[in-house]
Write a protein that binds this ligand. Structure first.
Ligand code: PGA
Length: 250
């Protein structure tokens, strides 16, 4: 399994800025062995896709949407359906903590979004993680496993290969406060045990990423953990030098 590095651009970069970043990355990550996935805003997605096709970069960079609606179509103003993403993105980030916190996304809705990905052959990158309060109260593992048990309720064994799970402690996202590798290691051990209980040996096909203030200084300490198959990078993915050095270093 090669490493998966996802750059979540969040609500940054207009179309021109997004295209500039792609061109800069292209010039700087040519020898990376990693599978690199970029996640621009919905507005920039199809332009970035066209640029990747034009520059023949579609094998070097794949695309992820930052969210998807669980319905195939309908009267849901402002939403984007999985059907609209087909042919543009391979991946979809589902259940990011910013969606859970700011837009009230529930685990039930996330489970439906994962089912929607399945119907439309999109690969979900499911984000889970505890907040600071939960960590302080020793509820971190319970919180994450509770999220997983609902979020994955619609997935079947045959789809595990397409699934990626990103452990992102909420207190480490965009805060510059990073999780210690041994905290990540322990959580990943628990996640792996849970997945093994649910799916047996097939659970080994699920990729697990770490995310939360990952940058070019600290990424190697997470990649050194045996259960980490890649990284979900936010802020540092907007800086082509930082993101390129992560992609080249893994
Ligand atoms: P960050 O974001 O790297 O800026 O902490 C990570 C994420 O939200 O996926």
């Amino acid at each position: 399994m090669n490493s998966l590095i996802v750059g979540n651009w969040k609500m940054h970069l207009n179309v021109t800025e997004a295209e500039t970043l792609v061109r800069r990355l292209d010039m700087n990550v040519s020898s990376s062995q990693a599978e690199i996935v970029l996640s621009p805003s919905f507005v920039a997605l199809s332009d970035v896709k066209k640029l990747l096709d034009e520059l023949k970069l579609h094998t070097k960079f794949k695309l992820a949407a930052q969210n998807v609606n669980q319905h195939d179509e309908g009267a849901f103003t402002g939403e984007v359906s999985p059907n609209m993403l087909k042919g543009i993105t391979q991946y979809v980030i589902v259940g990011h903590s910013e969606r859970r916190i700011h837009f009230g996304e529930t685990d039930d809705a996330i489970a439906q979004k994962i089912a929607a990905c399945r119907r439309h052959k999109l690969k979900p990158i499911l984000c889970v993680g505890e907040n600071l309060q939960e960590r302080k109260e020793n509820l971190a593992v319970r919180t994450v496993l509770d999220q997983l048990s609902v979020d994955l309720s619609e997935i079947t064994k045959t789809e595990l290969k397409k699934l990626t799970i990103a452990y992102e402690p909420v207190w480490a996202i965009g805060t510059g406060e990073f999780a210690k590798p041994d905290q990540v290691e322990e959580m990943l051990r628990q996640i792996k045990l849970f997945l093994h209980e649910q799916y047996g040996e097939d659970s080994k096909e699920i990729r697990i990423l770490y995310g939360g203030s990952v940058d070019e200084q600290n990424y190697a300490s997470y990649m050194a953990l045996s259960d980490v198959n890649g990284l979900l990078v936010g802020g540092a993915s907007l800086n082509y030098k930082a993101f390129a050095s992560i992609c080249l270093g893994v």
